[in-house]
Design a protein around this ligand. Structure first.
Ligand code: PEP
Ligand code: MN
Length: 269
């Protein structure tokens, strides 16, 4: 199988980046947007070291209803201010089809979370709009189911799906998930979609994130999405897997070196 490869253009601030054209894209930011200061300081650090798109959760689908659910609409002003000040775009997870309209002007790319990969009502609504969609793999989804979900989004208009491998549930419990690099490279080689890897959710332990990020980089995929926080111990979600600014910096220097060895480079703004 040698499918025609999709190249997805993403507007980030006043610039455009491409994913799937051989370049390497880094998306980074906190799991959740918590405050202006937290988001702005993180955005500055990740942008200086190679990120061309920000990430940040607004509505969080947490396993327990008692934990932080995200700032919701209160995050919008922070998102607008920081993306404007940084001249950068953001990907935000959309958790409900009713959020698409209000998120549309704010995001460069919609994110569909692992828990929503099978939410066909959401996928069908995303098919009707024009912005790219980062489709995370369901944590118990087969590759074939992941690709079927992508087809729902891609059924109208120009190609707009980027696949994201973010770890699956296996019998192993020593790490949060099992980052399935097999499936990431399988999808890259056998489907038209660009593939991005999320080592943060994939392993769930910040100390191990850099190693898996480097392994994923060496695979030949299209980029990484990673969680970074100014003070992971105080993070309101996913602090266990967040990189500190310092660890992110160190990692990115190494990502650069791995890419250089492979005649590739990080796409910078
Ligand atoms: C996230 O990106 O913060 C997130 C919730 O990811 P996932 O849907 O992969 O769990
Ligand atoms: Mn997270």
């Amino acid at each position: 199988m040698s499918p025609e490869k999709h190249v997805i253009e993403i507007q980030t601030g006043t610039k455009k980046i491409k994913v799937g054209d051989g370049s390497f894209t880094v998306i980074a930011g906190p799991c959740s947007i918590e405050s202006y200061q937290q988001f702005f300081s993180t955005a500055k650090v990740v942008a200086e070291q190679g990120a061309s798109l920000l990430r940040g959760g607004v509505w969080k689908l947490r396993t327990s209803s008692k934990t932080f659910q995200g700032l919701g609409g209160e995050a919008f002003d922070i998102v607008r201010k920081v993306t404007h000040e940084m001249n950068m775009g953001i990907t935000i997870e959309v958790t409900d089809p009713r959020q698409i309209e209000e998120l549309h002007p704010m995001v460069s790319m919609f994110q569909v979370g692992s828990r929503n990969m099978h939410n066909y009502a959401l996928l069908k609504e995303l098919a009707k709009q024009d912005k790219p969609v980062l489709l995370k793999r369901g944590f118990a989804a087969l590759v074939s189911e992941w690709l079927s979900a992508a087809e729902y989004i891609n059924q109208t208009g120009a190609p707009k799906v980027i696949l994201c491998e973010r770890g699956i549930r296996t019998f192993e419990t020593s790490t949060r998930n099992t980052l399935d690099l097999n499936s990431a490279i399988y999808a890259k080689k056998n489907t038209p979609y660009p593939v991005i890897v999320d080592p943060s959710h994939g392993v769930g332990i910040s100390q191990l994130v850099p190693d898996l990020a480097l392994a994923a980089t060496a695979l030949g995929i299209d980029g990484l999405i990673m969680e970074v926080h100014p003070n992971p111990k105080e993070a309101l979600s996913d602090g266990m897997q967040a990189l500190t600014f310092e660890n992110y910096d160190h990692l990115m220097t190494k990502v650069d070196k791995v890419l250089t060895a492979l005649d590739r480079s990080i796409q910078r703004l």
